[in-house]
Design a protein around this ligand. Structure first.
Ligand SMILES: NC(=O)C1=CN([C@@H]2O[C@H](COP(=O)(O)OP(=O)(O)OC[C@H]3O[C@@H](n4cnc5c(N)ncnc54)[C@H](OP(=O)(O)O)[C@@H]3O)[C@@H](O)[C@H]2O)C=CC1
Ligand SMILES: C[C@H]1O[C@H](OP(=O)(O)OP(=O)(O)OC[C@H]2O[C@@H](n3cnc4c(=O)[nH]c(N)nc43)[C@H](O)[C@@H]2O)[C@@H](O)[C@@H](O)C1=O
Length: 318
């Protein structure tokens, strides 16, 4: 995994999805770089609208693109809104990747997800395990759309020589997360639920599933730093996992969140809710060979995420 330097300095950099958790973390991180940041709000350009995306790219011609925009959600959102997850994420990937090619973007980073790996692939998950087995059913539509984006980036590199790279983040959390009571990811869901239980003096809190699945959690600010690092150092068709290299059971994680929030009641497990993938710990050896490691510990990251939650960080409309 050779380092291929890419100069960001002085470039126009478009962050697609700039209002989201990762996108806003990218804006914070890129503020430390000498770049010209370019963003466009969803009501101006819906990235599912091909003509609008093509027109905007033809006008703005961003030199560098971080494609963080997507329809995103936790296990219940993915299992329920299956058509929205596949349509929106296919459309966003196809429109933005093609527009970046048409407008001559120098480099593009596509954000995939760890759910693209087979449900029961060997752990830790290596990048070359993609498409070697069946996917986790709850998020298959989303995963298929993400795999299509990955394959698009690869195909444009092959046919046109486009410097389009794909990264596979693990589960993420942090400021600007989505706290929707049903559709959020587990970190945001438990922060909100334990906080509300503490405030209400509730005796018990139900955590979904059996508590036995294992998950790896990376703070959004670490994620943004890794993305900028890889944009500056990596060029190739191979995927790069982005994670911490450590995981925890949902049961132990729930206990950690309860302790940080100060909830002292009982934790129960609602096994009518799905567990999803039993484990999805990423092999981060490629990332480490490219010179990056996570720096925000789960405990410190959760404390920061809870502070952001309490400070009323933007919580998207329900
Ligand atoms: N969160 C996680 O645990 C993980 C996330 N990822 C990936 O990281 C990336 C960022 O995720 P995250 O920040 O958590 O997601 P968020 O939902 O916080 O942000 C997604 C952003 O995409 C924008 N967006 C969605 N659809 C459209 C559209 N049709 N047109 C324009 N903008 C649109 C949203 O805009 P608006 O706010 O205006 O709706 C939002 O700003 C995604 O590609 C996701 O797949 C990968 C692994 C884990
Ligand atoms: C990032 C990744 O995120 C999704 O996959 P996931 O990791 O399974 O998603 P999750 O964060 O929602 O759940 C993780 C685990 O947590 C348990 N769990 C407990 N209690 C709650 C709870 O209250 N809410 C949620 N959502 N989960 C809970 C839940 O039972 C499961 O075992 C993909 O759809 C896809 O989007 C993707 O790529």
């Amino acid at each position: 995994m050779a380092i291929v330097p890419f100069e960001l300095r002085g470039k126009s950099v478009y962050v697609a999805g700039h209002r989201g958790m990762v996108g806003s973390a990218l804006l914070r991180r890129l503020a430390r770089e000498d770049v010209r940041l370019v963003t466009v709000d969803r009501h101006e350009v819906d990235l599912c609208n091909q003509a609008a995306v093509f027109d905007w790219f033809a006008k703005m011609r961003p030199q560098v693109v971080f494609l963080a925009a997507a329809k995103v959600g936790g296990i219940a959102a993915n299992a329920t809104l299956r058509a929205e997850f596949i349509y929106d994420n296919l459309a966003i990937a196809a429109n933005v990747i093609h527009a970046a090619h048409q407008s001559g973007a120098e480099k593009l980073m596509f954000l995939g997800s760890s759910c693209i790996y087979p449900k029961l692939a060997a752990q830790p998950l290596r990048e070359d395990s993609m498409l070697t087995g069946p996917l986790e059913p709850t998020n298959e539509p989303y995963a298929i759309a993400k795999i299509a984006g990955i394959k698009m980036a690869e195909a444009y590199r092959s046919q046109y020589g486009s410097d389009f790279i794909s990264v596979m983040p693990t589960n993420l959390y942090g400021p600007g997360d989505n706290y929707h009571p049903e559709y959020s990811h587990v970190v945001a869901a438990l922060i909100r639920r334990f906080h509300e239980a503490k405030v209400a003096g509730a005796k018990t809190v139900a955590v979904w599933g059996t508590g036995t699945p294992r998950r790896e959690f990376l703070h959004a600010d670490d994620m943004a730093d890794a993305c900028v690092h890889l944009m500056k150092t990596y060029s190739g068709a191979e995927l790069i996992n982005i994670g911490t290299g450590e995981d925890i059971t949902i049961a132990d994680f729930a206990g950690m969140v309860a302790d940080i929030i100060g909830y002292r009641g009982e934790i129960t497990f609602d096994t009518a809710r799905p567990d999803g993938t039993p484990q999805k710990l990423l092999d981060v050896s490629r990332l480490e060979r490219l010179g990056w490691r996570a720096t925000i510990s789960l405990e410190d990251g959760l404390k920061r995420a809870y502070e952001a939650f309490l400070a009323g960080a933007p919580v998207p409309a329900q």
